[in-house]
Structures are given as C-alpha cells and as structure tokens.
Write a protein that binds this ligand. Sequence first.
Ligand SMILES: Nc1ncnc2c1ncn2[C@@H]1O[C@H](COP(=O)(O)OP(=O)(O)OP(=O)(O)O)[C@@H](O)[C@H]1O
Ligand SMILES: [Mg+2]
Length: 352
Amino acid sequence: MTTVICLFNHKGGVSKTTTAFNLGWMLATKDKRVLLVDCDPQCNLTGMVLGFKKLEDLQSIVGTGIPKNIRDGLAPAFESRPEPIRAAECVSIPGNQNLYLLPGHIGLAEYEVTLGIAQELSGSLVTLRNLPGSIRHLILQTAKAYSIDYVLVDMSPSLGSVNQNLLMTCEYFLVPMHPDYFSMMGIDSLANIIPKWRAWAQRAQQLPLLAEASYPFPSVLPKFLGSIVQKYRPRSENVPAKAFQQWIDQLETGLAKRLLPALRQAGMVLATEAYEHAGFLPEKPLLQMPDFNSLIAQSQKHQVPVFALSDAQLEQVGVVLEGTKESMRKFYDLFSVAADRVIAIIDNAASN
Ligand SMILES: Nc1ncnc2c1ncn2[C@@H]1O[C@H](COP(=O)(O)OP(=O)(O)OP(=O)(O)O)[C@@H](O)[C@H]1O
Ligand SMILES: [Mg+2]
C-alpha cells in the first residue's frame, strides 16, 4: 500500500526540499520504494535531484506522449482533454535504485486559480468536479506503476489551493521549521489554517458530485507525523547555539500549546503512544538537524544527500577529509533515526 507524506510549512526556506531529498533517499536505502513528487512550481527539488542542466532538458520534452512531470500529468483534467490521467514517467535517481522523482513544472502554478474555484464547492462545480481528486489520482497511479511504498511530496511555501489539496489528501504530513521568530509566528498560522482546510475537506468528502467524479475526492484523514527542526544559519549569521536552543524551546512550546491542540481537535494527531512507540514525543522534533556547513555545497554539486557523498565528491584530503566524514556519519545517523521513526509510525498505524 502506498502512503503519501507531505512536507508542509507555508514559511519559506525551512528545509522542506532538502529534507524531502535526504529523508527520501534514506528511506529508500532502508528497502522502501520511494517516490519524490515535486509540487512546488519553483522546481527546487527537481533541480536538486537532477541538476539544473537536466532541468532544462526536461522542459523540452513537455507535452509529448507519456507525461513526464506533474503539470503534464494533470493536464487531462485541468485542460479538459478527452483522455484520462495516467501514470507519469518518473526519473530513476542515480545511485539509489529504490528512489524515483516525479519532476515539477513551473506551469503547475497556472492551475492554482482553477483548482481554487473548483474547491470553493460552489455552483461552478459540475464542470470542475474532476479537479479536487485529480492530484491524488495522478500520484497514486504513478506510485502504483513503480510499486512505491512512500511518496514524499515537496510543497511550495504558500497557502494556495494546490497546497490545500495536497495536504488534505495525504495520509501524513511533516512540518519542517527553522528555529527563529518567523517559524514561531508560522506555528500560530498553521494552527489556524490546517483545521479550516480539514473542515473544507470534510465538506468535500460529503459531496455526491465529488464522489461521482472521474477522480473521486478521497476519504482520507491526514495525520501529523512530526516536526523537523533544521538548525542552520539562513543568512550566514553567526548565531550562537544558545540562541538556537531558545527558539527550539519556544517551537516546542508552540507545538505543545497551540499547533497540536488545534490538530487534535480536528482529529489529525495520532495517539501519543504511537509517537512514543517510534521513540519521540509529538511536541518534540522527529528530526533535529544541525548545519550541514560545507557539505551542502558538495551535496548540491553532485546531487547526492549530505550523508552519501563519496570521498572523491568531497574533494578533500587528510585531516579535513576525516573531519568531514565524521560530520557525514553524524548526519547519516540522524537521518537514519528519522527514517526509522517514520517507518515505525506508519507500520504501527497500519497494523492497528
Ligand atoms: N541543515 C542545513 N544546513 C545548511 N543549509 C541547509 C540545511 N537545510 C537546508 N539548507 C539550505 O537552506 C536553504 C533553504 O532550504 P530548502 O530549499 O530545502 O528550504 P524550503 O523550505 O524547501 O524552501 P522554499 O520554501 O523556498 O521551498 C537552501 O539553500 C538549503 O541548501
Ligand atoms: Mg522548497
């Protein structure tokens, strides 16, 4: 069975894309078949995985034959073509045989408005009824074609209709955050918006028109999988560890006192034991990641996660190389524990 996991925070630059790639790769090394889906029109995940040169190549094959990106995959529904949505052709990621990418497309942004109108659940619905269930349909069709266990969906930093749809039609969501003032503000905003979206999804799930559509609106109740805190310095400021810790403490308070209660009220949090069983508490980060420092540049250069770079790719020698490899092992262990937690929660929920 395929499980769809969204990485969502409308706050930008909190490591959604970087986490999707690194965590997805780690899950794939643990024998899970993983599909990364780039649903951000900025296409950063696609660029990170394929390199920006290949991204240009992808644009030239748009519109011919089998869809090769998210926008072309959705085009039959959004452009009322007389053909059904079918599985997209994904990119097999070099160096990891269990990992695939459904590339993004800047044109996905053009569907925001139409989807927004479709999701208003108003009189215009009859002609637009196939849209609210179409994204999930494309993702599941594609996942089936590649025997995928986990789909990781990278999302744009926005509260637009595509994100509303993605978040309300997934099984689980992760909330990446950054230890700063803006992420704190973001928590309140998430606590406000996610339950509203859930109320919308409940209404959509009850509409016969959407149930009878070619791509029925799915009956899923998305659950909070955990938060992720990345402790890097966004503007190369020299932020002391103590300052980070103060913000991390405040993020945990925000999660415990505001986001989790709001999500619980909406039925979107698992029982506390489910998180404990996986080795953490829901108000604590599922993954806390320090600054990758110089490794991020090599990771981007070689399109390989920070923990999977080879000695040659590190381009270092002697003590410097040994120090870097020590950091890499630390990152490997942290992502490995995070992947184990994700697997434990999902497996446990499936067996109950
Ligand atoms: N742990 C880390 N250490 C160092 N740099 C990091 C780390 N995580 C992410 N970054 C860097 O921070 C920047 C933002 O990360 P990323 O693009 O993953 O965030 P995002 O939430 O996807 O952003 P957006 O909201 O624009 O989609 C990138 O340049 C990335 O390389
Ligand atoms: Mg991103």
